[in-house]
Design a protein around this ligand. Structure first.
Ligand code: S3P
Length: 196
């Protein structure tokens, strides 16, 4: 007798199936704070799409972020970030956007959507990166190679991250999934998310 195995159930990620009323949701914060993970968890909790500015830059430039820094330098990378911001402004709506740690410097950040700054202390971020399996998390970040410079950059940026945000989210001791649910609650409270 031929036994047909049941087909594995495809996970249903869009159970909430919510719709954002206006504009995008942007996740900002320092390198390694967990922006991409939070964006993915928020996508899973809402059914919205999520894109990542570093991924968009890599597809635009046909090379990795590290290679752009190595071959063309930081200024060229910042120009690409502005190109991505301009493209988001003209073409992307109702989407979750996780950003690179320096993306907050684009001219039009707060016009792109609701900005959520994820905050953690520098040492907590450093420990988080060290604890990630595979050891690639520091290696793939050109601006985290020198610890003292990274710490200085963090402190220089801190007031700007805070200033260029609609919401500041404390991440201490919380998983990305819990942070995502907190962001979702804020969006629901402010009637920025609703059933379609
Ligand atoms: C940068 C952060 C990186 C990446 C690039 C520059 C920054 O993204 O965009 O290396 O200036 O802080 P992550 O925040 O995802 O590491």
């Amino acid at each position: 007798m031929h036994i047909v195995k049941p087909v594995a159930k495809i996970p249903h990620y869009t159970s909430a199936n919510l719709q954002i009323m206006k504009n995008n949701v942007l996740i900002t914060g320092f390198m390694g704070v967990g922006k991409s993970r939070t964006a993915r968890a928020l996508a899973a909790a809402t059914g919205l799409f999520a894109v990542d500015t570093d991924d968009l830059i890599e597809s635009l430039a046909h090379c990795s972020v590290s290679a752009i820094f190595a071959k063309q330098g930081e200024a060229a990378f910042r120009c690409l970030e502005q190109d991505v911001a301009d493209w988001l402004a003209s073409s992307v709506d109702k989407t979750i956007v996780s950003t690179g740690g320096g993306f907050f410097m684009v001219r039009n950040l707060m016009d792109l959507g609701h900005v959520f700054y994820l905050h953690a202390d520098f040492d907590a971020i450093h420990q988080r990166l060290l604890a990630q399996p595979g050891g690639q998390h520091i290696a793939k970040r050109p601006l985290f190679q020198d610890l003292d410079q990274a710490r200085k950059r963090y402190h220089d940026r801190l007031p700007h991250y805070r200033q260029k945000a609609h919401h500041i989210i404390e991440t201490k001791g919380r998983e990305s999934s819990a942070i995502a649910l907190h962001i979702k609650d804020i969006l629901l409270d402010q009637q920025l998310l609703a059933q379609p």
